[in-house]
Design a protein around this ligand. Sequence first.
Ligand code: HPA
Length: 244
Amino acid sequence: MLAFIGGTGLTRMSGLTVIARHDINTEWGAPSAPVVEGELAGKRVLFIARHGDPHVLLPHQVNYRANIAALKQAGASEIIAVNAVGGITTRAPTASIVVPDQIIDYTWGRDSTFFDKRMAPVIHVDFSWPFTPSLRQRLLDALARVEAHAVNGGCYGATQGPRLETAAEISRMENDGCDIVGMTGMPEAVLARELGIPYAMLSLVVNPGAGKSDREITIEEIEAVIHAGMGKVCEALTTMVAGV
Ligand code: HPA
């Protein structure tokens, strides 16, 4: 079953008919919220609110292992993660929707592996290409079908938050090759990889990264872009599920 992880601005999914809410406990603790099983475009899908419902968990407080494990237990065979990000390069203007193909991880202190119990043999997953190409392509096809301003590829820089970055940090990230910046892409993506679940990300650019505009970044500005853009995101996801 296809599963969605909803981020800021997508605590509930419009168009989803809820069939059941599964309160799942995992070996890694409780997930952010119940896993919602529902119907979208006539197909069974799963949904979880990354920050809880209501939205209360900060990016570093999310139990990413429990969220991914709970989705797996509920029957997820593929994951699309939705998140709001800042734009760094001209490739990622505000209001565009990026389907990244790379990640740089700047987070710290998060539980970022399922394999930290003493296990033999020691496991190192391949993460050269952190997003599943076929799933990315289905997302891009759906985005094209709904005529979204979609960007094929880009590097997602995952920061610790919850504060936004300094202009120097964004400048360093740009030099590193990052196109967008968010706080939740890691360790989520690698945990899906560790469990062998195909994973792709859809990132709505909601503000220019620090120092990339002459204005302060305000929550009002971010919320306005989220409000304007999440409808299109849901439309694309519904189209993808419908498989038309
Ligand atoms: N930085 C980090 N995370 C974000 C941003 C940002 O500018 N905008 C939305 N999420």
